[in-house]
Design a protein around this ligand. Structure first.
Ligand SMILES: N[C@@H](CCC(=O)N[C@@H](CS)C(=O)NCC(=O)O)C(=O)O
Length: 293
């Protein structure tokens, strides 16, 4: 799952060759993809809807890879039929992985990056001239801690949930699901006394955690058979997840329908797994988190 081939960076001063500018960059995303969603959330939280455009590929990854089509609309920038064409326009003869998110540059006529971690940081920090300066997703004084927490979340929760589905041994299954549940328990405790992971404002870490929480009951848990507990069995985490969902940046970038589809064929056989069915939750319930600081 790892291995972003395109590593360009957008910078406020343009020193990287890709200066931050309004109307110049475009995000190619897929509704189902949690890493892609992170970039859409950051764009929205920073108030960059008018500055960086975005569009979505079709929901299903088919034999041709990601394609543009009737449900999610055409490619509004290049009119490509397949996302692969954007990669080929960037690197002639490109034969590596074609993934979302991918950031397109209208000026050079190629992709800047398909590295979701770099894209969220650049959107969150390099567009200050146009974005909302009050929104500090990656404040310098917290960067080391945010990076540490994000690495942990990514390995044990985001990637961990995937490992549970992919493991073929009983031992691997028990170990992998234990790691996922340990993250949920830890975050549950952390959020007892803090509204967001780093206190009273949303940071990059919340943007990393949330897409997996949003997919837990409908996708990751029924797919990997991770835990008998659903998200609502972690009361702080569940209220926190709703607190975020009830903001446009999270709500407008989420389509629960794309998480609901049956992906059980992906799961590897081998381990005897617990029974877990998809759970429909009410994301509109009041979250009651205003008093948590
Ligand atoms: N580029 C990222 C990956 C982002 C990613 O995994 N995107 C998935 C969707 S969530 C994708 O586009 N996969 C395409 C494929 O598997 O062919 C990485 O290197 O880790």
């Amino acid at each position: 799952m790892n291995g972003s081939a395109l590593k360009g960076r957008v910078t406020a001063d343009g020193s990287s060759g890709y200066p931050a500018e309004p109307g110049r960059y475009h995000l190619y995303l897929a509704w189902s993809c949690p890493w892609a969603q992170r970039t859409a959330i950051v764009r929205d939280l920073k108030g960059l809807r008018e500055v960086v455009t975005l569009s979505y590929v079709e929901d299903d990854l088919g034999a041709e890879g990601w394609t543009f089509g009737p449900r999610r609309g055409p490619d509004p920038v290049n009119g490509f039929g397949r996302l692969r064409q954007a990669y080929e326009a960037t690197v002639p003869g490109y034969d590596g992985p074609v993934s979302v998110p991918a950031l397109w540059d209208r000026v050079t006529g190629g992709l800047v990056s398909n590295d979701y971690a770099a894209i969220t940081v650049d959107l969150g920090t390099q567009f200050e001239e146009w974005g909302d300066p009050e929104v500090r997703l990656y404040p310098p004084e917290l960067r080391a801690e945010i990076d540490r927490l994000n690495a942990y979340l990514h390995a044990d929760l985001n990637g961990g949930a995937w490992e549970v589905a992919m493991t073929t041994t009983q031992k691997g299954y028990e170990a992998a699901r234990g790691r996922v549940v340990a993250v949920l328990d830890r975050m549950e405790r952390r959020l007892a006394t803090r509204r967001f992971l780093f206190g009273d404002t949303i940071t990059e870490s919340d943007v990393w955690l949330w897409p997996t929480l949003a997919r837990f009951d409908l996708l990751d848990n029924p797919l990997g058979k991770i835990s008998e507990r659903s998200l609502s069995d972690f009361p702080n985490l569940w209220a926190y997840a709703r607190d975020l969902y009830q903001r446009p940046a999270f709500r407008d970038t989420t389509d629960f329908g794309t998480f609901r589809r049956d992906r059980s064929s992906i799961r590897r056989p081998g381990p005897a797994r617990i029974e877990v069915e998809p759970v429909e939750a009410d994301w509109e319930l009041p979250h009651g988190r205003d008093s948590v600081l």
